[in-house]
Design a protein around this ligand. Structure first.
Ligand code: FAD
Length: 484
């Protein structure tokens, strides 16, 4: 019995590492818990990919995190409290609209003044926010099982202009998604819930604030105080976080261990088989958490959980390329004080958006240079997955030249072209039902847990929060199964 693990965590992306860290924390209180994290690559972090080359430091996956309490707490627990960096929250975010960079209005006065929306567009948004909203109905909606797309939801609540000029670029920035396919209830769960009051989004926001439990939280004094709108990273880039968690996990992580098969046994345990550099390895465990992407998890469960497997297979992951280019500061026609720019699809530009990376987190370039991190592809342009690197760079360079560079722009210094063939899971129409059916299926497989970014939030903070929640469920399960 002593060789049986209590918890096997497959995948050392941020989801798996957060889960393992929280389990290990609890293990400290119950030394008998035995856990193992296995990762198929030779590094931890999954999507989180920081690269340092000379004085350049850049990200090829996520670029920053919204400083929520779970992520900040995790970072201080693994010793990163002096490593945080936060972008200036006052830096404007821009939308490229009709050939101009226009700051995104971040406050009610800015919303009144902005020239991103016309006067009728502003009135439409205001009346909608106050609750003058047409009901959701129509033949199309019935065909969609009553579920609204992001575009239907925001058009109905705030009007076409807000949808096209603010929400759609935002959707590109977070999901690289298509608002005509994303489910409002899944992709904008909190906002969609605000509309449930029937009094408009403004009243919904107030009600949801009032409903928040007024418990006084015990805040770890090491956790930095942050303000809404700030974005965070670490001095050495985002990869500092997975590396620090892994360092604490120590021997509880096996790299280059790829899970190839998982089967339940009659003794309420699971047998996991791995391909490793030392040859095949077999592990028996009381519980398993699969933090692998949906399409990989689907393959692992196919033979004994075909229904769950089919649900997982239905979640699309379109390709996205992250292109990091550096230009001399002298080549720009715009003031680069800002977070970056997003581009509504109607502008006819392929690049989804560009983070002005070295403006957001200064000190990551040699003097006189600027790095720009652009994203291209996504659900509205999946053909990108077939482009070669030169074509991707040329397309992004042309787009940047049009928006940001002066006449006769120089060729960029190409720091990275990272094509994520399967980048971000799309919470399309039907996603909430997919998750419900998966949940129901999991009831017949006690001890098996899924924990990944296709579940309820793709942001790094969501992955960290979900990892903590799943660790509590696993501990509870192990306690109950021991006492029964
Ligand atoms: C291009 C891009 C930009 C993004 N930008 C942001 C951003 O700026 N801010 C933000 O908050 N979020 C961003 N995200 C989203 C965020 O990065 C992800 O949601 C998050 O990193 C996912 O973490 P994860 O651990 O769930 O999955 P992953 O990072 O995919 O980790 C899963 C791990 O499982 C491993 N694995 C797979 N198969 C096996 C196997 N058979 N055996 C063992 N291990 C296996 C993989 O190698 C991987 O390490 C971005 C994502 C992408 C792709």
């Amino acid at each position: 019995m002593t060789n049986i693990l209590d918890a096997l965590i497959v995948g050392a992306g941020i989801s798996g590492l957060s889960l393992a860290h929280n389990l290990q924390k609890q293990t400290g209180e119950r030394p008998e818990l035995k856990i193992l994290v296995t990762e198929s690559q030779d590094r931890v972090g999954g999507n989180i990919t920081t690269v340092k080359q000379g004085e350049f430091l850049w990200e090829e996956g996520p670029n920053s995190f919204a400083p929520g309490k779970d992520l900040l707490q995790l970072a201080v627990e693994v010793g990163l409290e002096k490593e945080f960096v936060f972008g200036d929250r006052k830096l404007p975010r821009y939308v490229y609209w009709k050939g101009q960079l226009i700051p995104v209005p971040m406050s009610p006065p800015a919303l009144i003044k902005t020239n991103l929306l016309s006067l009728p567009g502003k009135f439409r948004a205001l009346f909608g926010a106050l609750g003058f909203v047409p009901p959701a109905m129509g033949a199309q909606l019935s065909e969609q099982g009553g579920e609204e797309t992001v575009s239907q939801f925001f058009r109905r609540h705030l009007g076409q202009e807000v949808m096209q000029r603010l929400v759609e670029p935002f959707v590109s920035g977070v999901y690289a998604g298509d608002p005509n396919r994303l489910s409002a209830a899944a992709a904008f769960a909190r906002v969609a819930r605000m509309s449930d009051t029937g009094g408009g989004l403004l009243a919904g926001a107030v009600t949801s604030r009032q409903k928040q439990p007024k418990v006084k939280e015990i805040i770890d004094p090491r956790v930095p105080q942050t303000k809404t709108g700030e974005l965070g990273s670490f001095k050495q880039g985002l990869e500092a976080l997975p590396k620090a968690i892994a360092a604490q996990l120590g021997e509880a992580i096996e790299l280059k261990w790829s899970l190839v098969s998982l089967q339940p046994t009659e003794n309420r345990t699971y047998i996991a088989e791995f391909a490793t550099p030392e040859g095949p390895q077999q592990i028996e465990t009381r519980s398993v958490a699969l933090t692998t992407p949906a399409y990989i998890t689907a393959e692992l469960l196919k033979s004994w959980q075909p229904e769950i497997s089919n649900e997982l297979k239905a979640i699309p992951y379109p390709p996205v390329a992250c292109v990091v280019l550096a230009y001399p500061l002298s080549s720009f026609k715009v003031n680069l004080k800002g977070f970056g720019n997003l581009i509504p699809r109607r502008e006819g530009i392929q690049t989804l958006g560009t983070i002005w990376a070295s403006s957001l987190f200064p000190g990551r370039v040699p003097q006189g240079w600027q790095t720009l991190t652009s994203f291209i592809g996504g659900a509205t342009n999946p053909e990108l997955g077939n482009y070669d690197e030169d074509k991707i760079v040329e397309t992004v360079h042309q787009d940047i030249s049009r928006i940001l560079l002066g006449p006769n722009p120089p060729s960029p210094k190409v720091l990275a072209v990272h094509l994520w063939q399967k980048a971000i899971p799309q919470y399309n129409l039907g996603h909430p039902e997919i998750l419900e059916r998966i949940d129901r299926g999991l009831k017949s497989t006690p001890g098996l847990y899924l924990c990944s970014n296709y579940m309820d939030g793709v942001a790094l903070g969501d992955c960290v929060r979900r990892g903590r929640e799943r660790s509590q469920e696993i501990t509870q399960y192990l306690q109950q199964s021991r006492s029964s």
